[in-house]
Design a protein around this ligand. Structure first.
Ligand code: UDP
Length: 482
C-alpha cells in the first residue's frame, strides 16, 4: 500500500450507543488502525468502559456528555439496552440530536480527515460538511436490507395487495424476493408520522446524500445486492466485513464488551461433552424486550419456547435476557423443566459469550432474532439458522438467510408479525429446530453455511474481497487529504 510515504489519515468513528453498534465499530476501528490509520472512537461516559476494555492502546477514545436528564431520561441512561419503554426510546432520540454541538467541537479540536458516523445520526452529514471532510455512514446492516428498503420505498408493493397475508414480490429487484405485509417491519406500514418514522426518513435522506456507506458484510455473501446498491442505486459503498473475524483467539472473542453470565470455561466445558453439531443455540440479541413494546416475550411465549425445545429432543443453550422476564424462573418455565433438562439444556440468564458458543463444533444450529451481527456470526460459524425476526432490518435479514442463502428456515413463516408473537406455538418451534438440526435438509443447509463461513474467513484475509475493499477505501480517503 505504500502507507509509509503518507501522513496518517485520521478517522473519527461515532457509533450509536448500543452493543450491536458499538461492537462492530470497535472492530472496524481496529481494522483501520491496523492499516496505519489514526482511529478515534467518540462515545459517552457510560459507554466508555465497554470500549476501553476491548479497544487496545492504538485507538483513541473521546468522550462527550450524554444529555440524558435534559432529554427526560434517568441519569446514566446512555445506551439503547437500558431503554425500557417507547417513551424512553423517543427521549433517547431527542438526546442523540443534542450531541451535534459537542461532536462539532471535537471535530474542531482534532481536525480528522473523515467521520464515520452511525446512520442513527443523520445530522452528521452537516457536521462533516462544516469541516469539508467526508461523512461515511455505518448502519450495521446488510446490503440486502439496504437495497430492499430502497425498493420498498420506491415501489410500495405492500400497498398493492389486498390483505396482510397476500404474497408480493419486490419489483425490479434481484432474486424474486417474496414477502407479505405480516413480514414487514412496523415502520413500513405506519401512515402517521412519529418521532421514529421521522428519524428513519431523515436517516434515508442522509444515507443518500452522504459520501458513502461502509458495510459490515462480504461481497461473496450478497454480491447481487452489493452490485445493485452500487450500480443500480449509484451509491458508493465499501464492504469490509465480517469485522468481528479480526478477533481470532478465544480471549478476543469472549468478553466482547460485557461480562458473561456464565464463566466461558464452564460453557466450553459443557459444550465439550456434546457431539459435533448436536446443540442448538437460542438468543434474541442484546436488547431487552420491554413489556409495552411490540417485542415483548410474555410468560406464555417463553413457555412455548421451553416446550418446543424439549419436544425437539435437541441439546440446547438458551439465552434469556433479564428484561424478557423478571419473575422467578418457576413462573414461566414448565414444571420440572430445568431438572428434566439437566445435562441436555443450559439456560443462560443475562449475557452469553455468543461468538465462542457459535464457533464451538458442538453447536449445529442457531435460533436468532436476525440482528445483522448475529447473522454474520452465524454465517462465519457455518451454522444453519431458525429466523425469528422482531424489528427493523431483522425482517429483511431473515429473508436473506432463508430465500437467498438458503441456510435457514422461518420459525413460523406466516406469523412473524410481532403482535402475533404469542401465536408462535411449541409445535412450530419444535419443527423449525428439527429442520435445521436433523435430516437431509439440515445437512444441505449446514454444508452451504460452512462454505459461506469459509468464504467469510477468506474475505478478510490478505487479498480477500473485504481486505481489498478496505484498502480501496483508505486510499480514497487519503486522496482527500492535503
Ligand atoms: N451478544 C452476545 N451475547 C448475548 C447477546 C448478544 O455476545 O447474550 C452479541 C452478539 O454476539 C452480537 C450482538 O451482541 O454481536 C448483538 O447484535 P445484533 O446485531 O445481532 O442484534 P441487536 O442486539 O443489535 O438487536
Amino acid at each position: 500500500m505504500g502507507s509509509e510515504s503518507h501522513q496518517p489519515i485520521h478517522v473519527f468513528f461515532f457509533p450509536l450507543m448500543g452493543h450491536g453498534h458499538l461492537r462492530p465499530t470497535i472492530d472496524m476501528a481496529k481494522l483501520f488502525a491496523a492499516r496505519g490509520v489514526k482511529a478515534t472512537i467518540v462515545t459517552t461516559p457510560r459507554n466508555m468502559p465497554l470500549i476501553y476494555k476491548t479497544c487496545g492502546i492504538n485507538i483513541d477514545i473521546q468522550i462527550i456528555k450524554f444529555p440524558a436528564v435534559e432529554a427526560g431520561l434517568p441519569e446514566g441512561c446512555e445506551n439503547i439496552e437500558s431503554l425500557t419503554s417507547l417513551e424512553m426510546v423517543q427521549n433517547f432520540i431527542k438526546a442523540t440530536k443534542m450531541l451535534q454541538q459537542p461532536l462539532q467541537q471535537l471535530l474542531q479540536d482534532h481536525q480528522p480527515s473523515c467521520l464515520v458516523a452511525d446512520d442513527f445520526f443523520p445530522w452528521a452529514n452537516d457536521v462533516a460538511a462544516k469541516f469539508g471532510i467526508p461523512r461515511l455512514v455505518f448502519n450495521g446492516t446488510s446490503f440486502f436490507s439496504l437495497t430492499i428498503c430502497h425498493a420498498m420505498r420506491r415501489y410500495e408493493p405492500h400497498k398493492k395487495v389486498s390483505s396482510d397475508s397476500e404474497v408480493f414480490v419486490i419489483p425490479n429487484f434481484p432474486g424474486e424476493i417474496k414477502l407479505t405485509r405480516k413480514q414487514l417491519p412496523n415502520f413500513t406500514q405506519q401512515e402517521v408520522e412519529t418521532d421514529i418514522t421521522k428519524l428513519l426518513k431523515e436517516v434515508t435522506e442522509a444515507e443518500l446524500s452522504s459520501y458513502g456507506v461502509v458495510v459490515n458484510s462480504f461481497y461473496e455473501l450478497e454480491s447481487d445486492y452489493a452490485d445493485f446498491y452500487r450500480k443500480v442505486l449509484g451509491r458508493k459503498a465499501w464492504h469490509i466485513g465480517p469485522v468481528s473475524l479480526r478477533n481470532k483467539g478465544a480471549e478476543d472473542k469472549a468478553p466482547r464488551g460485557k461480562e458473561s453470565s456464565i464463566d466461558e470455561h464452564d460453557c466450553l466445558k459443557w459444550l465439550g461433552t456434546k457431539k459435533p453439531n448436536s446443540v442448538v443455540y437460542i438468543c434474541f440479541g442484546s436488547i431487552a424486550n420491554f413489556s409495552d413494546s411490540e417485542n415483548c416475550f410474555s410468560d406464555s411465549l417463553l413457555m412455548e419456547i421451553a416446550m418446543g425445545l424439549e419436544a425437539s429432543e435437541q441439546h440446547f443453550i438458551w439465552v434469556v435476557k433479564n428484561g424478557e422476564n423478571e419473575k422467578e424462573k418457576e413462573d414461566w418455565l414448565p414444571k420440572g423443566f430445568e431438572k428434566r433438562m439437566e445435562g441436555k439444556g443450559l439456560i443462560l440468564r443475562g449475557w452469553a459469550p455468543q461468538v465462542l458458543i457459535l464457533d464451538h463444533e458442538a453447536v449445529g444450529g442457531f435460533v436468532t432474532h436476525c440482528g445483522w451481527n448475529s447473522i454474520l456470526e452465524g454465517v462465519s460459524a457455518g451454522v444453519p439458522m431458525v429466523t425469528w425476526p422482531m424489528r427493523a432490518d431483522q425482517f429483511y435479514n431473515a429473508k436473506l438467510v432463508t430465500q437467498v442463502l438458503k441456510i435457514g428456515v422461518d420459525v413460523a413463516a406466516q406469523q412473524w408479525k410481532r403482535m402475533e408473537g404469542d401465536t408462535i406455538k411449541r409445535e412450530a418451534i419444535d419443527k423449525a429446530v428439527r429442520q435445521i438440526m436433523v435430516g437431509e435438509e439440515a445437512e444441505e443447509m449446514r454444508s452451504r453455511a460452512k462454505k459461506l463461513g469459509e468464504m467469510a474467513k477468506r474475505a478478510v484475509e490478505d487479498g480477500g474481497s473485504s481486505y481489498s475493499d478496505l484498502n480501496a477505501l483508505i486510499e480514497e480517503l487519503r486522496s482527500h487529504c492535503p
